[in-house]
Design a protein around this ligand. Structure first.
Ligand code: RB5
Length: 143
């Protein structure tokens, strides 16, 4: 499983904490940017991570911006993306189990680094439950 990461300036510091965790746990990942805390526009990073996941090069993505909303909204413009705003471990696990979310969007200005790592851990260790959730997932694209 290869993981893509992306954030704007607001998520930059927390992204480093997530990277430390991924390194420690031996995950295969790539940081697509931003590469500094200099101000940048969240849609640029959202489209970068969405293209990366949608292409199949990465199985899952972790994205961050101040509220998590901007990067989440922009990524969800991509047909193959199911990006979920995750602010708790339970929400993150359910996003994988029920929604087959392929990007976990973190609200960096509203959670701690420790919470972010726990949320990422829950997201990466959960899987889609199929069954009735598969039927619902298939109805997500514009019909
Ligand atoms: C940047 O200041 C902030 O607007 C951005 O990180 C995010 O919260 C947008 O949704």
């Amino acid at each position: 499983m290869k993981i893509a990461l992306a954030s704007d300036h607001a998520g930059y510091e927390m992204k480093q904490a997530v990277i430390d965790f991924l390194k420690k746990e031996g995950f295969d990942f790539e940081d697509l940017g931003a590469f500094s805390a200099e101000s940048s526009d969240y849609p640029d990073w959202a489209h970068a991570i969405a293209h990366a996941v949608e292409s199949g090069k990465y199985s899952l993505g972790i994205s961050l911006c101040g509220t998590g909303n901007g990067i989440n909204i922009a990524a969800n413009k991509h047909q193959g993306i199911r990006s979920a705003l995750c602010w708790s471990e339970k929400i993150a696990a359910l996003a994988r189990q029920h929604n087959d979310a392929n990007i976990c969007a973190l609200p960096a200005r509203f959670i701690t680094d420790d919470e972010a790592v726990k949320i990422v851990k829950a997201f990466l260790s959960s899987s889609f439950e199929e069954g009735r959730h598969q039927r619902r997932k298939l109805k997500i694209p514009i019909q």
